[in-house]
Design a binder for this molecule. Sequence first.
Ligand code: ZN
Length: 258
Amino acid sequence: MEEKARIVVWNEFRHEKEHEAVKKVYPDGMHTVIASGLKKLGGVEVKTATLDEPEHGLTENVLKNTDVLIWWGHCAHGEVKDEIVKRVQKRVLEGMGLIVLHSGHFSKIFKVLMGTNCSLKWREAAEKERLWNLEPSHPITGGIGEYIELPNTEMYGERFDIPTPDELIFVSWFEGGEVFRSGCCWKRGHGKIFYFRPGHETYPIFYNEQIIRVIWNACLWAKPSVFIEDKCPNINNPLEKLSAKNLNFGKAGILQNS
Ligand code: ZN
């Protein structure tokens, strides 16, 4: 039997403590709702981590035992320590999956992995959103159907300043007329990255079964089969026998006339 995917749901966990409206929707934080939704679908081991824990809950040991990291942040992107961002980046390059949700588009980790501004248009007006499933045969859209409809969402509109995705999975349409690339896949090093747009803190979006299904599908898709530590070795013992010219070059460091 295949081993369970080891998931960590990371949440900044500030809005839920500071704003009554958010606390009402997510009394124990969005991370706990996402975690319990994923657990219900099975096949995963799920832990959570938050910004205010030591090392933001993302110690070397935690990351070493994580297959897929889910990231939600918004008002405190700047408080995430650069050292931890580097650590997460390194682990993604080695193979760890990363799922970035909603306002995580402006997180340090997403920006560093994309290399662009990751800016977009936005509007808070409880608009209807329809996420069109562009890739019904992709593992991330398994069991989703033609589209997902959310009655009340924050609008995100193009242009979303990202590198062209390796695979575009969802496009959103909003009541006000904008469209947005809502589900995007990239590979960085050995790691798979999925950006998924829904998840504004004042709407109960992470209780939606289709939304959790997409995140769960993405976890299984992004789970690495192997972790590969990148090195930059000097190979002095090639597989094939080298000629005298090559060996002389090796000694002198310059190409001899001969
Ligand atoms: Zn939002």
